[in-house]
Design a protein around this ligand. Sequence first.
Ligand code: 8YV
Length: 311
Amino acid sequence: MSEVLVVGTLKPSLAETLTGSYGARTLPGDGPERDAFLAEHGGTVRAVVTTGRFGVDAALMDALPKLGAVVNFGVGYDTTDVDTAAARGILVSNTPDVLTDCVADTALALYLDTLRGFSAADRFVRDGRWEQEGFPLRRRASGRRVGILGLGRIGRAIATRLEALGATISYHNRRPVADVPYAYAESPVALAAGVDVLVVAASGGSGSAGLVSREVLTALGPDGHLVNVARGSVVDEHALVELLSSGGLAGAGLDVFADEPHVPERLRALDQVVLLPHVASGTVETRADMEALTLRNLDRFLHDGTVVTPV
Ligand code: 8YV
């Protein structure tokens, strides 16, 4: 009898450990096979291990009547229905802290690349264009006004890095954060209106969906740049593409998208955007730390019914 269920595709070593040492089963994809699986095994599952890409919705919770914990590999858990989980007494854990530095490093890299155009310059050299023309001038990255949307652990680590570039930092958050030397903006629009670069580090989910709206992007303006390492859902991607294409926004650096792994063709065609395949936490060291913390959460739950890092 297996008590652990894998939902979605996990890091191979984690999937192997779960199958080999915990006897975990893996939920089949949509369709009759999944329904049959749930009918046969759903009643035995006590813990699900998943990632932010997949998660556990209320319908799946319905099919797992003994579920006690959703153990999420990753800090973001927006695909899991946390309200339903709380109402049913199902614990949800994530992997905070261990990935903060890598995600903040990625935000810094996107910031530099978006303003200075390094990826575009690399393409320029590879395409043999340097022999014909000079690479167009880009924007200075030091001494900029930067707005951070979401000043949690990751937002603060991004701010620390930007301080080294002489940035003047302001932020918007659900509530003002004590003990930070940065100016608080009352709304995302007010934040965007006063900065050169807006960096999105807010958590995903229904509370932040579309927070970076057309109005916010318009306030950022034709010389403004956007960096997003949070979730694609936080930004109105349609408005983003339109404004970038029409000169309403200068550039963007994106690690996350509305419908991953699909990136709109119109976005891919733009030279002033930097596009990454959701790699912010993607280093050997950090993914190993995330894996270890995921297993610690699972072990703790199976041992005493609690988790180490609840959301
Ligand atoms: C992914 C992330 O979890 O932690 C998060 O919220 O977005 C990433 O670290 C990771 O890619 C595994 O899906």
